[in-house]
Design a protein around this ligand. Sequence first.
Ligand code: FAD
Length: 309
Amino acid sequence: MFDVVIVGGGPAGLNAALFLGRARRKVLLCDAGVPRNRRSRWVSGFLTRDGVLPHDLRRLARDELVSYPSVEIRDLHVTSAAREDDAFAVELETGDRVSSRKLLLATGLMDDAPDFPDARHFYGRGVYPCPYCDGWEHKDEPLVAFGRGAAGRGIALELTVWSRDVTLVTHGSSELSDAQRRDLDRHGIAVVEDPILALDGDPDAGGLRRVRFEGGRAIETAALFFAFEACRQSGLIEQLGVEVGDTGAVTTGQCERTNVPGLYVAGDASRRVQFAVVAAAEGAMAAFALNTELLQDDLKHGMRETEPA
Ligand SMILES: Cc1cc2nc3c(=O)[nH]c(=O)nc-3n(C[C@H](O)[C@H](O)[C@H](O)COP(=O)(O)OP(=O)(O)OC[C@H]3O[C@@H](n4cnc5c(N)ncnc54)[C@H](O)[C@@H]3O)c2cc1C
């Protein structure tokens, strides 16, 4: 019986494991190794690690965990999890089943690339979901915003923080109201509704260079940022009956608690602000609450009492 099984070995899961290891909890961390930012060349905005490679951030965190012998890491997929009595039964891809007193899902989110040609090819290397993560590297360069209606207007205006040369591309009808068009016009943002034909450049060297449209038009650009929409959650969230909010993220309570007793959800899976450093902080908060809950259970059952003298 583990004290805590953590599903997911990104910043959220790894930081939770670190705090739980320091609290001498018996932890199993399972990671399938498919992080959300796997195509990225850097993790920006992570205190003392700004610009670190995503893979290196995880490696450094795993190296630190070696000092805590009660933490075990297995590189595999968790196929199912269920609450049984007061504990959790967790099934691994090997067919093995493990039990844990508490469960932390730090499974992140899965993004779909936007629906235009070559978007997947350039995803994370020229086509980005988040200007906070990749805007600085393209400051003052010509930028393309991608999105329709209010979402398109929003991402286009947001990009003016990083560059005054922004074009909104909508790949078909823009779905903009007259007021929204006037607003964009006031900020010098042109709108192109022509369908995208192809993206030019090399995702592994130099990134995006040009967006080409059906009909022959083209825009020279350094990066395309798309209006971020809902993402897909791990199937475990649904299996366990966790409440999911409007944005597709889990609605957690204090310290990442969920509506299911003993179950916590931390990191991208749980909140709207999706930065690696926020995920790590949520993992730490969940670890604090998990350890407190475990201690309270121990005290209730007399598990920390000493033998009478
Ligand atoms: C293109 C891109 C660029 C980004 N750039 C930045 C940036 O520069 N700075 C920044 O702060 N943030 C950035 N982000 C956001 C950042 O990636 C996330 O905020 C962060 O990775 C969230 O951490 P997490 O631990 O919640 O999830 P993740 O890092 O996604 O890790 C989740 C882990 O859980 C595993 N997992 C899922 N289901 C299972 C299962 N059933 N069994 C076992 N393992 C499972 C996955 O394989 C994965 O390894 C970027 C995101 C994208 C998409």
